[in-house]
Design a protein around this ligand. Structure first.
Ligand SMILES: NC(=O)c1ccc[n+]([C@@H]2O[C@H](COP(=O)([O-])OP(=O)(O)OC[C@H]3O[C@@H](n4cnc5c(N)ncnc54)[C@H](O)[C@@H]3O)[C@@H](O)[C@H]2O)c1
Length: 295
C-alpha cells in the first residue's frame, strides 16, 4: 500500500530534473500522475511510470499559457475522476545582470514561473472550492517551487529572483484563501544537478563509486512527497530549502524594530532624529545570502 493511494497529482515541468523525480516518487507511492512539460520528455516520464506499474498520462503544453492550468485539471478529472495534488515546478533561466537584461528575458521568466504557478494554482482552486462546496472534503495539496535566489535575491537574476520571490508570497495568499477548502500550500527551494544547473561545477556527480550524490535531484522528492501525505496536513504556508541529505525550514520578512508618534505624521527631520532608535544594533546593509551548507 502506498502513502498516496487514490490520490491524483499534476506535476508541471516533469519531463526532466526535479519534477521528473517528483512524478516518479508520487507514482511509486500510489498516486496517479499527470505529467506536464513542453515537449516529448513529458511522454517519456509518463511512460516510465506506466512501465513501472504506476498510472500516468502526459500533457504537453506551456504553463505560461493561461489555458494550461484548466487543461491539466480537466485531464486529471477525465482520466482519474478527481485531483488532489498540484506540484508547480516548471521553470527556465534567462540570467543577465539588471543593466544587461532585456524585456524578453524578463517577461519569459515571469511568465513561466510566476504566471505559470498562478495559472495552474487558479485552475486547481476553482475545482477544489467547488468540490468543497459540494461536500467533497478531501485534503488537497499545492507545492510550489521557489529558489534560494527568490529567498535571498540572486545576482544576475532580477527576473528569476522576482518571480521566485513572488511565488513565496503567492503561496501565502493562496493559503489564506484556500485553507478553508482543505488545501495546504507550501514552497520548496530545491538544490540539485539538473538541466538548469549542470553548468555549476561544484554540483558535479561524485567521482568515487558509492559516495552519496549530494546534488541528485531525487534527493528533493521525498520531502515534497511527504508534504503531500496526510501526516503533513498541519504544514501550511511554509517554505523550505531541500536537497542533499537535508531540509531547511525558512521564514522571512519579520518585524525588526519600529518608531512611531501618537497620531501624527513623522516628518523627515523627526525620522532623521529617530533613525538610531529604528536601526539600533542592527546591520542595515544588504542582508546576507544565507544559503545552508549542503556537503
Ligand atoms: N536545480 C536546482 O538546483 C534548482 C534550484 C532552485 C530552483 N529550482 C527550480 O526547480 C524547478 C525545476 O527545475 P530543474 O532544476 O529540475 O530544471 P530542469 O530544466 O531539469 O527542469 C525544468 C523543466 O521545466 C520544463 N519547462 C520549462 N518551461 C516550461 C513551460 N513553459 N511549461 C512547462 N514546462 C516547462 C522544462 O522543459 C524542464 O523539463 C524550477 O522551477 C527551478 O527554477 C531548481
Amino acid at each position: 500500500m502506498g502513502r498516496l493511494d487514490n490520490k491524483v497529482a499534476v506535476v508541471t515541468g516533469a519531463g526532466s530534473g526535479v519534477g521528473k523525480e517528483h512524478a516518479l516518487l508520487l507514482a511509486s507511492e500510489g498516486a496517479k500522475v499527470v505529467v506536464n512539460d513542453i515537449g516529448d520528455a513529458a511522454n517519456q516520464t509518463a511512460a516510465a511510470i506506466n512501465e513501472n506499474g504506476g498510472e500516468s498520462i502526459s500533457h504537453i503544453g506551456s504553463v505560461a499559457d493561461w489555458s494550461t492550468g484548466n487543461e491539466l485539471v480537466k485531464a486529471a478529472l477525465e482520466s482519474y475522476g478527481d485531483f488532489h495534488i498540484l506540484i508547480n515546478n516548471a521553470g527556465i533561466l534567462r540570467d543577465a545582470m539588471s543593466f544587461s537584461m532585456n524585456e524578453q528575458e524578463f517577461d519569459e521568466v515571469i511568465a513561466v514561473h510566476l504566471k505559470g504557478h498562478f495559472a495552474c494554482a487558479r485552475a486547481a482552486a476553482v475545482y477544489w472550492r467547488d468540490q468543497s462546496k459540494k461536500g467533497n472534503h478531501s485534503s488537497r495539496r499545492m507545492i510550489h517551487t521557489t529558489s534560494e535566489s527568490g529567498l535571498f535575491g540572486g545576482p544576475a537574476q532580477s527576473n528569476y529572483a522576482s518571480a521566485k520571490g513572488g511565488i513565496l508570497t503567492l503561496s501565502l495568499t493562496l493559503g489564506r484563501e484556500l485553507s478553508k477548502y482543505g488545501v495546504t500550500t507550501n514552497v520548496v527551494a530545491p538544490r540539485a544537478r539538473t538541466g538548469l544547473t549542470d553548468y555549476i561545477q561544484s554540483m558535479a556527480a561524485p567521482t568515487s563509486e558509492g559516495d552519496f550524490d549530494v546534488y541528485d535531484p531525487a534527493n528533493v522528492s521525498p520531502f515534497v512527497v511527504w508534504l503531500c501525505t496526510d501526516e503533513a496536513q498541519d504544514i501550511n504556508g511554509q517554505a523550505f530549502i531541500v536537497g542533499g541529505s537535508g531540509v531547511w525550514w525558512m521564514r522571512s520578512w519579520s518585524h525588526i524594530n519600529h518608531i512611531k508618534l501618537d497620531s501624527k505624521r513623522l516628518s523627515i527631520s523627526q525620522i532623521n532624529e529617530l533613525k538610531d532608535e529604528l536601526f539600533e544594533g542592527e546591520d542595515t546593509g544588504i542582508p546576507p545570502f544565507s544559503a545552508p551548507k549542503f556537503a
